[in-house]
Design a protein around this ligand. Structure first.
Ligand SMILES: [Fe+2]
Length: 185
């Protein structure tokens, strides 16, 4: 079940042409914009890699189902799908923000009044499928986990990484980050 680093990159290149949800960009563009925002914000290589790979579960689901487009009719739990495939490849500093990036949205909707209002229609739609806004107790339990603050920052980049035709560095730009944080080749 484990993927190698070259297999992860191939998946991003090959399945990355799939549309990103209901947005006007594809999965690879979304991943590259997210990683670029993380890098420009001065994040660690681990958080930059997490930003690049946070939606890998969508690509793996598409690979499994053979579907060209991610459906928004149900919650595909994509934040969990990728984890068994990359658990041997990356440390928790990469895996945990990926696992928590959907819950980070539920957290932000509670603590930041303007956050929900600024979500795209697609993201508001998926929020309901993902369990809706956290309660105070849920938010407290969430943010006390290791790497939760990184997941919240990743979520901010994720929400901004939906700009059609934005020019950003390509996948090869992240080779050094990937090599640096990978546990195995
Ligand atoms: Fe995303």
């Amino acid at each position: 079940m484990s993927l190698t680093l070259p297999e992860v990159l191939t998946l991003l290149q090959r399945r990355g042409q799939n549309q990103y949800g209901m947005e006007a960009i594809n999965q690879l563009e979304h991943a590259l914009q997210c990683a670029d925002l993380a890098e420009k914000a001065g994040e660690t290589p681990e958080t930059v890699v997490a930003s690049l790979l946070h939606d890998l579960g969508h690509l793996l689901a598409a690979e499994r189902d053979g579907s060209k487009e991610h459906t928004t009719e149900h919650d595909d739990l994509h934040q969990y799908i990728a984890l068994p495939f990359i658990r041997n490849l990356f440390p928790d500093a990469v895996l945990e923000p990926i696992r928590m990036h959907v819950d980070a949205k539920r957290y932000l909707c509670l603590i930041d009044p303007g956050y929900w209002a600024d979500l795209s229609p697609a993201s508001k739609h998926s929020l309901e499928q993902q369990g809706g806004v956290f309660s105070e107790a849920e938010a407290e339990a969430f943010i006390s986990q290791p790497f939760a603050t990184e997941a919240v920052r990743l979520r901010r980049y994720d929400d901004l990484a939906k700009v059609p035709a934005k020019v950003v560095p390509d996948l090869s730009h992240y080779n050094a980050h990937l090599q640096q944080v990978a546990l195995t080749a």
